[in-house]
Design a protein around this ligand. Structure first.
Ligand code: SF4
Length: 365
């Protein structure tokens, strides 16, 4: 079959992240998988620091900006905290969230991790991957989110791996996604691995025997949102190329359109995005495609962290332009007002019906 993207596939893949320094704890160094990650990091030319204790120390800088800059150029290879191995539900995406890493090398000015993770945003890769994956088995068949939904129960027990990280952004150093995809491929049960990404280095994943048990979603946005606010990621064209590769390799795929913002010309910009997705998937038969639609929101805590990290940001964080919405933890977040939400929701539904009629919308929030 003639590859219909061939002529437009002119954008080279995004540059891979190269950490400046790599820290490894004694417990992580004792594990073969920790050693394998260290070897990869050494090859990439990073300065390697073997810590004497299992606690990460010395991560702060003279000020918030310096601490941020140091953290974003550091990879720490550690053993995951026991608390993270007790899985929690993650509505509306999945029954369970599990963690193969924490932190991300990119610089999104609206980053979801701001306010939910404490301390400088060092990327931590977990050396006890085998233990992490093994612990998932106890949760199969016990989901209460997608498993209890009439529309989504057919997905089996769903496990989300990208709540605290962008796993593809560090895959060239960790290999954790490939191992997780293989693990789910061999797991003869109704289960699904889910992860979302703003990166594009998927070539190493294409030949894995995934058995349809991994759904990769590409996090996409209007071109100007991506250009203005998503530093250090693959650009939208590169992500669309990666989407095409994964769909061609038979993976169930998805779009995480997030964070949706009513920017100037938002209708045109998002219409262009949907057109781009339709073109990227053209000619691939029987694509299993979902869409998750997430509007921009922030909390007082996340705003404070983001302003510290990106003091010059032009991201619209005006409280007076938003409505307060209670969270289940007793706090609140700022979301777009009801009218604006209704208008955008209708537009996105129409766009998907027009350009991607085969796509199943999982949720709007
Ligand atoms: S890719 Fe995701 S996790 Fe990484 S900086 Fe951007 S929003 Fe944050």
């Amino acid at each position: 079959m003639v590859d219909q993207m061939e002529e437009v596939r002119v954008t080279p893949v995004a540059k891979l992240w190269r950490p400046r320094r790599v820290l490894i704890t004694p417990d992580a160094l004792a594990l073969p998988y920790g050693q394998a990650m260290l070897a990869r990091a050494e090859q990439s030319g990073a300065e390697v620091i073997k810590l004497k204790a299992n606690r990460l120390a010395g991560l702060t800088g003279e000020d918030a900006r310096k601490a941020y800059a140091n953290a974003k150029t550091t990879l720490a290879i550690v053993v995951s905290p026991p608390g993270q191995r007790r899985l929690q539900p993650i509505p509306p995406s999945a029954d369970w969230q599990f963690h193969i890493a924490q932190g991300c090398p990119a610089h999104c000015q609206y980053c979801y991790l701001a306010g939910s993770l404490s301390g400088p945003p060092v990327t931590r890769a977990y050396a006890n991957l085998e233990e992490i994956l093994d612990s998932l088995k106890a949760y199969a068949g016990k989901g209460t989110i997608t498993s209890k939904s009439t529309e989504r129960a057919g997905e089996g027990t769903t496990f989300e791996a990208s709540c605290y990280t962008d796993p593809l952004g560090i895959e060239h150093l960790t290999g954790a996604l490939a191992a997780s995809i293989r693990f789910f491929g061999l797991w003869e049960a109704p289960v699904q691995l889910r992860w979302t990404t703003k990166f594009d280095a998927v070539d190493g994943l294409l030949a894995i025997d995934h058995r349809g048990r991994t759904r990769v979603r590409f996090s996409l946005n209007a071109a100007s949102v991506s250009r203005d606010f998503e530093g250090g990621t693959a650009n939208v064209t590169q992500r669309l190329q990666a989407l095409r590769k994964m769909a061609s390799a038979g993976y169930p795929v998805g779009l995480t359109i997030a964070p949706i913002m009513p920017i100037t010309n938002w209708r045109q910009e998002y219409a262009d995005l949907f057109l781009g997705v339709a073109q990227a998937l053209q000619g691939i038969s029987a694509v299993d495609l979902t869409a998750e639609l997430i509007t921009h929101r922030f909390t007082p805590g996340s705003k404070e962290v983001l302003i510290g990290w990106y003091p010059k940001t032009t991201l619209d964080l005006r409280e007076e332009a938003r409505t307060q919405k209670r969270t289940k933890f007793g706090g609140f977040k700022y979301v777009y007002p009801k009218d604006s939400m209704g208008e955008m929701r209708m537009f996105f539904q129409e766009m998907i019906a027009t350009h991607l009629p085969e796509a199943k919308i999982l949720y709007w929030t």
